[in-house]
Design a protein around this ligand. Sequence first.
Ligand code: C2E
Ligand code: MG
Ligand code: MG
Length: 440
Amino acid sequence: DPITGAENISRFRQRLLEILPESGGAVVKFSIRQFSFLNEIFGNEKTTRLLCQITETAGHHFHSGEFFCHHTEDIFYFFLAETDEQTIRSRLDTFLQELGHKTDISQTNYQLAFYCGVALSQGGGDPEQTADILMTHVQFALNKAEGSHSNFIWFFDSELHKQEELENYIESHMHQALAKEEFKLFLQPKKNLKTGELESAEALVRWKPDDGRLLFPNQFIPLFEQNGFCVELDLYMVEQACRLIRSWIDSKIVPIPISVNQSKLLFFEPDYVQTLEGILERHQVSPKFIILEILEGLALENVEELNEKISQLQEAGFRISLDDFGSGYSSMNTLSRLKINELKLDRGFLLSAAGPEHEKSRLIMGQIIQLSHQLDISTVSEGVETAEDEEFIRSIGCDVGQGYFYHRPISAKEFHEIYMAEPGKRSMNVSAASANPKSD
Ligand code: C2E
Ligand code: MG
Ligand code: MG
């Protein structure tokens, strides 16, 4: 390298290819915070001197079998013959500390800071391929270090990376996925506990990219809530539900209502009610077949405004359900102030009703159901997984049960075949008896 006299990147890679088949180690990519400003403040000569001082200091810190290079600008690569995170971290800490007080610039009152991204290999395998992977991963790790305010040494984390890869896939494919109808309507039955019959079904989205994967809402809905895409997706799901209901009506099948999850963002869309009405009109479906599920978190912010929207929706003929009640900061107070039609008790209630504190939670559940009935609100228990769960919720007067005990969410086609296609198949006691939850 003409600037520092250190080795250059080609030599570094060559050495890496030589060592990888024999032993593992860590590739470190090093950078300097705001390097371009350093150039501007101190001038080219002083920053070149800094790079040379880094080269010198690095030279003292390496053991045999280790090597490094200066690449371009402020970028250095190191190879450490270590695979233990603690050891690598402590060696890099010592190195960075030394740089922090030994260089000319660190003698001024300018706060020098350095970043290190680290990627590990246990050695073996195809060296070309391993080297490529290490060089890619170390860049991701350096990006993380540069974006962090406290952790200047960042190890490549394959779990985190997989998660980020997925997020990147989601954000770069969501629009085309919607256009290509990759979002599928799945349905989970809700059972009327008084009659034993199918009462309604909840629409749950699944994403089927054309590579054969199946993505679940918890993998993409939180991201869509952040980037606003939920608005489009939720309306699309209403549309899909309407299509299905329309197909039942056309086949002379008495439809059941479908609950659709609606994200908080929709409630802030100024023409939300009209948009929904437009969708229903297009499919000639009555709003009495659509239940809109909203999350209790929505109720925390502004009860008055929310009630106003709920009233408009109810006047338009929709029913409103409060989802996952009890999972967050819900209170009896919210319950009494919100003008909802249905309350869904979070699965957590049934879990604790079976746990060590079962008496208390059973009492609370019973009270919520009683209060709801006094307020003319129908009640649904989520997460019914066993016959005992069902027996218990029936005993406390709950109206509807939903959960794996009856069925997991299934494709609209399968749902149609099981519950809708033949008249007289809507008794869920039959299917509950043979309930062995099928997978999604
Ligand atoms: P949610 O609305 O509370 O839906 C119920 C979730 O619990 C579903 O998960 C369902 O598969 C699961 N579940 C049902 N019965 C049982 C049971 O007996 N045991 C257990 N352990 N789980 C059960 P899913 O389909 O993964 O959906 C997760 C969440 O994603 C939903 O919770 C809902 O908040 C959201 N979501 C799903 N589809 C949509 C959508 O189209 N739009 C929006 N905005 N959110 C959606
Ligand atoms: Mg729901
Ligand atoms: Mg729920």
